[in-house]
Design a protein around this ligand. Sequence first.
Ligand SMILES: Nc1ncnc2c1ncn2[C@@H]1O[C@H](COP(=O)(O)OP(=O)(O)O)[C@@H](O)[C@H]1O
Ligand SMILES: [Mg+2]
Length: 359
Amino acid sequence: MTELSEAGVTVGRPDDVAHRREPMLTVDNVSKDYSAGRRTLAQRLRRAPDQRTVVHAVNGVGLTVDRGEVLGILGPNGAGKSTLVRIIATLLTPTSGSVRLCGVDVLAQPRQARRHLGVMLAGDRGVYWKLTGRENLEYFAALHFVPRDQIRRRVDEALAEVRLTDSANDYVERYSTGMRQRLCLARALIHQPEVLLLDEPTSGLDPVSAVEFRRLVRGLRGRGAAVLITTHDLAEAEDLCDRIAILDHGTVAFQGDVPEALTLVPGASVLALEAECGTRDPAEVADWLIQHYDAGLVEQHERTVRARLYCESASDLMDEVSAALRAEGLKPVRTEATRVSLTDVFFSITDHGRTGGGR
Ligand SMILES: Nc1ncnc2c1ncn2[C@@H]1O[C@H](COP(=O)(O)OP(=O)(O)O)[C@@H](O)[C@H]1O
Ligand SMILES: [Mg+2]
């Protein structure tokens, strides 16, 4: 095992990072079934038939994350992201499959695995509000077996890393949401783990705090950590992740880098349009668009329809579409040529393209 260096989670020489592919985390064919519904004691005693159904939350998932890499797990609600994170974090036992982390079999040696692992769960409340930021970190450092004579230094480093040095002695209950999230990240970093699992770390953060958070994650990657991050924010994934995996109904629908993902969308550009429906039913207009064009995300609103149309050249298509809309008795209120984004990939892969109302 490479020795951890003085500051942060630096492992190995930074110039090694770019050249070597070194898997730090390997998830192999992992599945997790939950049983949905309840079976009460009375039902058991009566020997009533078991009416619980099985939910295949994660279904044969395989992933790798290399040293110095950020892998983004994207997927709609209920796709199985948190379940997967909990399995890797040794908090849930999978129904089948295996997970290796820094050469350790996570299922066989969970304690050993946890030494290499820093975890931030979704909506992480895992810090004590009645303690100060510093006291929290000292406590978690001790829990993670950071040697006593190093705790002070590690806590100072972690506080500096997440820029909480000035608020270190304030009670956590007085922290803002962004500060609390950063403290949770510091907690995950306190034992200098080589692998980080971050489950929706930026949800609930304002845009400025989210940018700041991403800057931190980039810094960790730069120093050789392997980061697995789940997010709903597709722009964030595009900005931050070296590779992405799109999870849908528990299976990996795509795994690769962002440019590769973008090629999955038909056409090279996108015409984003919004049309007023006048007397026509928006649902009918949405159908018409889907029938006549290569339409991705189509949102129906009360009186308008918004759509993203895939094409070779949006500027060429613009006039034609505007004319066709007018001929249908619709009023185009916005037509704009944009580039293909991860949002388009996401909707085309996960088949959630048709929505009743936009965000
Ligand atoms: N403890 C549980 N018992 C039963 N079903 C669960 C449990 N936790 C999650 N699920 C179900 O598993 C699926 C995946 O959930 P989850 O991993 O939380 O998805 P995500 O994090 O992508 O939103 C969902 O259908 C959810 O309802
Ligand atoms: Mg989740």
